[in-house]
Design a binder for this molecule. Structure first.
Ligand SMILES: *Cc1c(COP(=O)(O)O)cnc(C)c1O
Length: 406
């Protein structure tokens, strides 16, 4: 779809993509609206019966019925596709979880086995256990650091390998090229949750992955006010994704697509600032005596740091740190004392907005193939667009409170 534009840099794509004249203007009028407007529709009217009948065969990016989208959603999908070299097209969903669920349903059938990374987002695991397993698909969890060792887990029933890199609680960076090489030699489909990096900082399809999934709720939207997900697929898997989305009736509202497209235009500058500020906070934390380890892919002590350096163009604003002092009830209380009175960090789920967030996380609860063991309890930070000096001062008082509570 974007053959003639593959030579443009990603930042240019983000500004230009999805702004086709037929989506931004009206025939006979000069020019067009800069940002494609909101087209709301359920019914589309036809001139006559013959026109109605012919439209059934011509539904891709042509008005047909509201569920198939309008130019607002096509514009966002087109922009996301243009940011992934090697992509055929993108389908949109009402949330990141819906995108993950529908992509998996598109490639799996009863009797298949799915290899799922053990550091996966918890609701992804829930979908595997509560939906896929009762429908006859077995999920086998694997060590995020497995690399080419994944070959040992592949059987003749293995249909798909799902990656999430880095993991969103513990930040192990996966060796995607090594896993893809094994998958390709056995005709196994590969999927990745690329929400942390976005296609600006890691391009899964260029590394041979078939299907790239984003919780656009996070960095694409960037303002903590919209739920939306996307699945971008290569030519080999697009039809599976498209038909799965169609049969499940998945779509996104034009208003939400419009807000996500608006967010996308500034993703480059936002992510660059999240990166700089998060690194400043992470490096400061790494030097504090209360902190045992900082789990940030761009810091050498993070598992998979070397892989991050080899494969990624940047790092975003989400990372964790491990406190010292073990994991008893007292440590749990001290962690809450640290977080509760932070002035500039909200306490809440999700991430990737302009405002900073702090969350207590307990990775051991979500592991089955590996054990999570650490020196103490874990705090996850989403670094927003505040001045990092204020965030560091805030965390310094938090660590002081933690010390008095331990
Ligand atoms: C939030 C998140 C999702 C799910 O996105 P929703 O839009 O909240 O459904 C998926 N993967 C990761 C890594 C996430 O952080």
């Amino acid at each position: 779809m974007n053959e003639d534009k593959d030579d443009l840099q990603p930042l240019t794509h983000m500004v230009q993509a999805g702004r086709r004249a037929e989506w931004t203007g009206m025939p006979g009028q000069p020019g067009g609206i800069v940002n494609p407007p909101v087209w709301r529709a359920s019914t589309i009217l036809y001139d006559n019966v013959a026109h109605l009948r012919s439209a059934v065969h011509d539904t891709h990016e042509r008005l047909f019925y509201g569920r198939k989208g309008t130019p607002t959603a096509w514009s966002l999908a087109d922009a996301l596709t243009s940011l992934e070299p090697g992509a055929e097209a993108t389908a949109l969903f009402p949330s990141g979880v819906a995108a993950i669920a529908c992509a998996l349903m598109g490639v799996l059938r009863p009797g298949d086995e799915l290899l799922m990374v053990d550091s996966a987002y918890d609701p992804t695991r829930n979908f595997c256990e509560k939906v896929l397993r009762p429908f006859g698909v077995d999920t086998i969890y694997y060590d995020p650091m497995i690399g080419s060792g994944i070959a040992d887990l592949c059987t003749d029933r293995t249909r798909a390998i799902f990656m999430e890199s880095p993991g969103s609680l513990t930040f192990e960076v996966q060796d995607v090229p090594a896993i893809v090489a094994v998958a390709k030699s056995r005709d196994i489909v590969t999927l990745i949750d690329n929400t942390w990096a976005t296609s600006l900082y890691f391009q899964p399809l260029s590394h041979g992955v078939d299907i790239s999934i984003l919780a656009c709720t996070k960095y694409i939207v960037g303002h903590s006010d919209v739920m939306i997900g996307s699945v971008t697929a290569n030519a080999a898997t697009w039809e599976k994704v498209r038909s799965s989305a169609q049969y499940f009736g998945q779509m996104t509202s034009p208003d939400d697509a419009w807000l996500a497209a608006r967010g996308l235009r500034t993703l480059g500058v936002r992510l660059a600032q999240h990166q700089v500020a998060a690194l400043e906070v992470a490096r400061w934390l790494a030097q504090q005596p209360e902190v045992a380890r900082v789990l940030h892919p761009a810091l050498p002590e993070c598992p998979g740091y070397e892989i991050w350096k080899r494969d990624f163009n940047g790092s975003s604003g989400l990372f964790s740190f491990v406190l010292t002092g073990g994991s008893g009830a007292k440590a749990d209380k001290a962690r809450a004392v640290l977080i509760d009175d932070l002035a500039h960090f909200g306490i809440g789920y999700s991430w990737g907005g302009f405002e900073s967030l702090a969350l207590p996380v307990d990775p051991q609860r979500y592991r089955t193939a590996t054990r999570w063991e650490a020196e103490g309890l874990v705090v996850r930070l989403s670094i927003g667009l505040e001045d990092p000096a204020d965030l560091i001062a805030d965390l310094a008082s938090g660590l002081k409170r933690w010390r008095s509570a331990m």
